[in-house]
Write a protein that binds this ligand. Structure first.
Ligand SMILES: Nc1ncnc2c1ncn2[C@@H]1O[C@H](COP(=O)(O)OP(=O)(O)O)[C@@H](O)[C@H]1O
Ligand SMILES: [Mg+2]
Length: 379
């Protein structure tokens, strides 16, 4: 597991060390640096996937480096990524942008690239050997951005992404194909099994968790013969069996269900050493559904995964606090960071969740809008 992320000169961070737990919530005002934390990890993954996460020895033709633009992320060029008020490095031709992490065995790993304003591959100056067992570089890595798939009549069918790599896509675009392929697999992890699931398959558990969002919903993912696409369909209330005329296309079902499906599937892929990075799992969900997503995250952590989750939802926060209170996850396995901007820099405050679900501290601006509004209403 990653215990701490260390960033230097990366976007909103001049120099920061950010503790990470099995479930970490990144909260705070818009544009305060939350997504940048996820992006730093994804940048390592994207560079690793492109085989560029090594420092060139000057002898070979090959160029290693941070790949700023790729399949997962489009960060721009060096000048977009270098923190505006960067830490200067004497004796170096250019400042370094560094992303590192400490794992639970106490080992530090880090990669530092030389800034080049117009380039989108920043040459690595120092590079740790890639620790292959670590979650950032594992097969079981998921990253879902805030901007995800919307209801559609079909979705891509990529063997390489969904099946060979087991990756749902940064927008969740491979989720339906992943679900089609793994529907009948046995759900192995006891922690992730939903008590109300109708059977023991992966699909049964996806359906049970989706029913937390929309009671009675049922779903099916199937191939569309002859073309490289798959389709998703919904049924409702049991009687609307999947073969019946009660089946609905995603486009005729509420937006939130399809939007949440990648989050549910990502959490249910959790296993030891997986890393699941989520932006706004609450998007388009009603309050209870948001809270249940936090219960699902706690279950994913109990299955051995590490989750880092950007959220604006008090229901997600409260759902996690409840999971702690109900002993679904130890308090020590959670971290909550509140990000705010101090001038150019991101500043981080870290209230702790106690065993009884209470919080050690409520910094101003941290999910206090209920109180603020109530005070004015009662005035
Ligand atoms: N190169 C940079 N130097 C300084 N600040 C930056 C840089 N790039 C982005 N930022 C700042 O980072 C913030 C955006 O960070 P982001 O992680 O997307 O925010 P959030 O996810 O919290 O909304 C903005 O305030 C932006 O000004
Ligand atoms: Mg963001």
């Amino acid at each position: 597991m990653i215990e701490q992320l260390a960033l230097t000169n990366f976007k909103a961070f001049r120099s920061a060390e950010i503790p990470l737990a099995p479930v970490t919530l990144l909260t705070g005002l818009n544009s305060s640096g939350k997504s940048s934390v996820l992006q730093a990890l994804v940048l390592l993954r994207q560079s690793y996937d492109a085989s560029t996460l090594f420092s060139a020895d000057g002898q070979s033709e090959e160029q290693g480096g941070f790949l700023l633009n790729g399949e997962l992320l489009e960060l721009g060029t060096g000048q977009d990524v270098l923190h505006e008020d960067f830490v200067r490095m004497p004796n170096l031709p250019a400042p370094l942008i560094r992303v590192g992490f400490r794992t639970s065995d106490g080992r530090d790993h880090g990669w530092a690239a030389l800034y080049a304003s117009e380039q989108d591959v920043l040459p690595l100056y120092t590079a740790s050997p890639v620790p292959h067992v670590e979650s950032v570089f594992n097969r079981s890595f998921q990253y879902l951005k805030a901007d995800r798939i919307v209801p559609a009549t079909s979705y891509p069918r990529s063997h390489q992404q969904a099946i060979a790599r087991g990756f749902l896509g940064a927008r969740g675009e491979h989720t339906v194909n992943y679900l089609r392929h793994h529907a009948q697999d046995t759900m192995m992890s006891a922690a992730l099994r939903h008590p109300e699931a109708r059977g023991s398959t992966f699909l049964d558990h996806v359906v049970a968790w989706m029913q937390e969002l929309c009671p009675g919903v049922n779903l099916e993912a199937a191939e569309i013969p002859g073309i490289d696409s798959v389709r998703l369909s919904y049924g409702f209330d049991g009687t609307a069996g999947l073969e019946s005329s009660g089946r609905r296309r995603p486009t005729n079902v509420g937006f939130g269900l399809t939007y949440a499906l990648p989050i549910v599937v990502a959490c249910l892929t959790a296993g030891p050493n997986s890393l699941i990075l989520l932006e706004n799992p609450e998007a388009h969900l009603h309050p209870r559904g948001q809270s249940r997503m936090a219960a699902l995250m706690a279950a994913a952590a109990a299955a051995g995964a590490q989750l880092v989750v950007e959220t604006h939802s008090d229901h997600v926060l409260n759902g996690l606090r409840l999971a702690v209170k109900k002993r679904a996850i130890p308090a020590a396995d959670t971290a909550v960071h509140y990000f705010r901007r101090q001038g150019l820099r991101a500043e981080i405050v870290t209230p702790r969740i106690h065993d009884d679900g209470t919080l050690s501290d409520w910094p101003p601006g941290f999910f206090d809008e209920w109180e603020n509004s109530l005070e004015q209403l009662l005035d």
